[in-house]
Design a protein around this ligand. Sequence first.
Ligand SMILES: [Cu+2]
Length: 122
Amino acid sequence: MALTIGLGIVVLTACGGASGQGTEDIRIVGKRVDVNMEDPGKSGEYVFDPAEFTFERGEQLTLVMTSEGEFHTFTVPDLDIDVHVDAWKSKALTYTFDEPGTYELVCIPHETLGMTGVITVR
Ligand SMILES: [Cu+2]
């Protein structure tokens, strides 16, 4: 498989109804992907579940992020994605990855505690 790494290329961001302000107005566009943001408030450790993602280039996704007992972020620095999720809340991001590559995912407040992940776009 031939993967090219796209550097500095801005990908297409969400079209319409990207991130809901509350838990209730989540709108799913394309394929739903659930991301659990775990912490000692419930599951015991600071992790993304899952922490590794593989997506197809051009595939429209809605990432539904749900936080346990603390504030977390779903941050992909290379793509300028930075979604903030309050404790016990959910937020959705509709997104299409356009550039194949491997992207680092972090939760800003818990990165040093191991709350990181990897997104592969092929
Ligand atoms: Cu976190």
